[in-house]
Design a protein around this ligand. Structure first.
Ligand SMILES: Nc1ncnc2c1ncn2[C@@H]1O[C@H](COP(=O)(O)OP(=O)(O)OP(=O)(O)O)[C@@H](O)[C@H]1O
Ligand SMILES: [Mg+2]
Length: 285
């Protein structure tokens, strides 16, 4: 990756609640290419939402850096950060309640946002956006009069209203059935192909993998592994463990179990490969 549009280095975030601390991100490195569509998976509590909030400038991480294009979020002024969130980022959340105003129709939700962005001819633009997400005939429906999948497609139209350069989605299909989820991912893939929009999508749904260029797995606040798809053949290249910028690597539970519960290893380099062997108890000092 020569010139990633988005890059985080050693991102760390600690939440403080009363006297206790929760380490949500612990030295996460990530680089995303312009126009790339990245899926993010990981167990509950692994730090996925915290990562998206840090990328969107909604959360000031405890440590490390986030750069989007030429903006360093950590040292940017409040004004530049406001501008970044308003002009560059589109966000889709999990539920309609987070994305849409319940008392406004699909079209009015969009027009309110478009007017905020001082968009010329917001009616025409709202119609275009609803056409784009396949909801031409649902303009005058209130959120409650739309299916879950349709509500999320309105949310996607809302997220596109500012012509963002980065689309972040946190479990956009978390409340949808398999078919509506597939429709939503398909639509996001289509937008990537048409607009070259950089997208990062968090999901529990394994099906997401079929629609993105790469899936990264977050474990304990770090990127532990990634899976790429060959854009030519569409075939999976297999899961690769990620070595971070300070040389750390996370083993899976199965790999650790294979070491027989021993937590000291030797790493021997031989002909371009590294062999990790448990250190027998008698040998450790
Ligand atoms: N506002 C907060 N205050 C305190 N702790 C928090 C806060 N938000 C998240 N956490 C904690 O930080 C850790 C990471 O949370 P995060 O929401 O990023 O996980 P996640 O991967 O998005 O999980 P899920 O899949 O359940 O959405 C968790 O242990 C969580 O309890
Ligand atoms: Mg989350």
């Amino acid at each position: 990756m020569t010139n990633p549009i988005l890059e985080c280095q050693q991102l760390t975030h600690v939440y403080r609640v009363g006297d206790s601390e929760v380490i949500a991100l612990q030295g996460l490195d990530l680089a995303v290419d312009r126009g790339e569509m990245v899926g993010v998976i990981g167990q509950s509590g692994s730090g996925k939402s915290t990562l998206l909030r840090a990328l969107s400038g909604l959360l000031q991480p405890t440590g490390g850096s986030v750069r989007f294009d030429d903006l360093q979020l950590g040292s940017a002024s409040t004004h530049s950060l406001d501008q970044y969130r308003r002009d560059d980022v589109g966000f889709v959340w999990q539920t309609s309640a987070e994305n849409l105003l319940p008392n406004l129709t699909a079209e009015m939700n969009l027009r309110l946002l478009l007017d905020f962005h001082s968009t010329e001819n917001s009616i025409k633009r709202a119609h275009e956006l609803l056409d784009r997400v396949g909801l031409t005939d649902r303009r005058t429906h209130l959120p409650a009069e739309l299916s879950g999948g349709e509500q999320q497609r309105v949310a996607l139209a809302m997220a596109l209203a500012n012509n963002p350069r980065l689309l972040l989605a946190d479990e956009p299909t978390g409340a949808l059935d398999a078919e509506s989820s597939a429709d939503m991912f398909e639509l996001m893939g289509q937008i990537q192909r048409e607009d070259g929009l950089t997208q990062i999508i968090v999901s529990h749904d394994g099906e997401l993998a079929r629609y993105v260029d790469r899936v990264i797995r977050i474990r304990d606040g770090r990127v532990s592994s990634e899976n790429r798809w060959d854009s030519g053949t569409g075939e999976e290249r297999g899961e690769a463990l990620v070595i971070d910028s300070i040389g750390r690597l996370q083993l899976t539970r199965e790999q650790r179990d294979a070491l027989g519960g021993i937590d000291r290893v030797t790493a021997e380099v031989d002909e371009g490969a590294i062999t990790i062997r448990p250190v027998e108890e008698g040998r450790s000092s």
